[in-house]
Design a protein around this ligand. Structure first.
Ligand SMILES: C[S@@+](CC[C@H](N)C(=O)[O-])C[C@H]1O[C@@H](n2cnc3c(N)ncnc32)[C@H](O)[C@@H]1O
Length: 196
């Protein structure tokens, strides 16, 4: 199943950028409130649509790592943003290989529903976050939009759902995060929580 998903995203890489809403993408980063000098991991970066906003926030003293398990997405992201101070890594969020406690923020924009084993992915994110670090799970077009899109998509992602925000907050608590911010508007979804 994982191979089918990777193949699906590899094929999407070429035309992924055609349908982005810049205002909502910027809002994800504004709501995250990234501090200058932070270490940030952009999980499932795709073609890196969030990267310029993140780089702007962390400034020269920060560190940005963009990961994706689709090598085609990483290739496209590198082509677009190779000049930015970003490290690109082909990696699966279920097992990244990063050291313990190395990030201040782990951002999962428009990708959490695709993680096959949510608890394992959250455990890994908890491990790589510093104490007091923040996880963000966001969908700039909102929950209903994404769920409809997935329902009508190919078999391999058909059942991937954005949870109602309070259900996600409960799952985060079970995984030793303290919920911080919850926004579940018709066209914008943002949940953040802190590693306690
Ligand atoms: C819907 S796209 C979103 C891309 C980007 N975050 C954006 O907002 O445009 C989901 C991305 O997550 C990646 N992805 C899904 N599951 C993943 C996993 N387990 N580990 C790493 N990347 C994953 C996919 O390859 C794909 O590039």
């Amino acid at each position: 199943m994982q191979d089918k998903r990777i193949g699906f995203f590899d094929k999407l890489a070429k035309n992924w950028d055609s349908n982005q809403d810049e205002v909502s993408l910027k809002r994800v980063i504004d709501e995250t409130n990234i501090k200058k000098g932070s270490a940030v991991c952009d999980v499932g970066t795709g073609t890196g649509v969030l990267l310029p906003y993140i780089v702007e926030k962390v400034e020269e003293t920060g560190k940005v790592i963009a990961i994706d398990y689709s090598s085609e997405m990483i290739k496209k992201a590198k082509e677009k943003w190779g000049k930015l101070a970003v490290e690109f890594v082909v990696a699966d969020i279920h097992n990244t290989g990063f050291p313990d406690s190395c990030f201040d923020y782990v951002i999962c924009n428009a990708c959490f529903p695709h993680f096959e084993k949510k608890k394992i992915a959250l455990k890994e994110i908890h491990r790589i976050l510093k104490k007091g670090g923040t996880i963000v799970i966001s969908h700039p077009r909102g929950r209903e939009f994404v769920n409809k899109l997935h329902r009508e998509a190919c078999e391999c992602i058909k059942r991937d759902r954005v949870f109602e925000a309070d259900i996600l907050a409960k799952l985060l608590k079970q995984q030793n995060f303290t919920p911080l911010k919850t926004i579940d508007e018709p066209n914008f979804y943002f949940v953040s929580a802190v590693k306690s």
